[in-house]
Design a protein around this ligand. Structure first.
Ligand code: BG6
Length: 323
């Protein structure tokens, strides 16, 4: 079967493409800025992802919602660097791969590919870091995102390859994360019976809102959203895969599974749980001030020190499915 990916008809925005899985009718929309998956509707047309009604969709900034890709830093820059928070991948225009060989539309799934070469990614590089544009660039990478959809599954696979030449570029350190905004039905994000995260038993928490909770090992309780929540959960030794269940309102549950591999070796995946609550939502220009009750971010990432030598690759794969 051939690929059926078209520019969206619903928004008339040429930066957004729709990928349809013909066999099931499931579809997703992808914005070229950051190769951000904006929307995934399963075969029953149910939307799984949250997109802020105030999201900027003209390429001027990262998209507030969907699945922005975070690379090569998570959070603010280290001292001395001016690279913006969460890195440059989410603010640059990625290239849709037109080659039919990179796209599928079969009975099981439909897929397409976007790529970004750091050499052409001029936005968001900042200064005082190995990615500094125009300076003596030391780091060089190609990022490739494969988006694959089925009747009730959305898989996003991010491959990062060090494309440096040994003479001028070398090994780089990086973090990578899929900043997944899940839609919560019926404004129920603060209802702990309806919206929760399960599966992070034994993970060690870094709490960016309440530092007194940092260092605590999470037990069996559901993680629920009370006020602002901004936590990184690091897995216990020996547990690399992230596999969590998320209550998303109306009694629905999604499973989010993620794995990471660096140069062929499995790596631990940390999981961020984030909801800005009222005050922070209102302070963000691109976040509907009352919309924090309609989302939960569950973000799997490679957050501890990882590095790639020239020619090596890393893969961060996330699969969302219905439970
Ligand atoms: C989360 C971080 O991943 O992203 C939060 O843990 C941050 O600290 C949030 O506020 C949103 O970040 P941004 O840069 O998209 O506003």
């Amino acid at each position: 079967m051939t690929m059926t990916t078209t520019k969206t008809k619903t928004t008339d925005n040429p930066m957004i493409r729709t990928l349809t899985h013909t066999a099931s009718g499931a579809c997703c929309q992808i914005h070229e800025t950051g190769a951000t998956v904006l929307s995934y509707k399963d075969s029953s047309t149910k939307e799984w992802l949250f997109l802020s009604r105030d999201a900027v969709l003209d390429g001027r900034k990262a998209v507030r919602g969907g699945i922005p890709l975070v690379f090569p830093i998570f959070g603010p820059s280290p001292d001395g660097s001016t690279m913006p928070q969460h890195g440059f991948a989410r603010v640059n225009k990625w290239t849709f791969n037109e080659a039919s060989s990179s796209a599928t539309d079969t009975a099981e799934s439909a897929s397409c590919i976007y790529t970004l070469d750091s050499g052409t990614a001029v936005a968001g590089r900042g200064t005082g870091n190995p990615w500094e544009a125009g300076g003596s660039v030391l780091a060089s990478a190609q990022l490739l995102l494969k988006v694959e959809i089925g009747a009730s599954q959305l898989k996003t696979t991010l491959t990062m390859t060090n494309t440096g030449e040994s003479s001028s570029s070398g090994c780089f350190d990086f973090q990578a994360l899929q900043h997944t905004y899940l839609a919560v039905d019926e404004h129920a994000a603060n209802n702990g019976d309806q919206c929760w995260v399960q599966g992070l038993e034994g993970y060690t928490c870094t709490d960016k809102v309440d530092d007194s909770k940092t260092g605590a090992v999470h037990g069996k309780d559901n993680i629920v959203l009370v006020g602002e929540v901004d936590r990184v959960y690091a897995p216990p030794n020996g547990k690399n895969e992230c596999k969590v269940k998320v209550g998303v309102g109306s009694g629905r549950t999604l499973q989010l599974a993620a794995t990471a591999v660096v140069n062929g070796e499995s790596q631990p995946v940390s999981t961020v749980v984030w909801n800005p609550a009222a005050a922070k939502a209102a302070a963000m220009g691109d976040f509907g001030s009352d919309q924090f009750v309609s989302m939960i971010c569950v973000e799997p990432g490679l957050l501890s020190a990882a590095s790639l030598e020239v020619g090596q690759s890393a893969v961060l794969e996330q699969t969302l499915s219905q439970v």
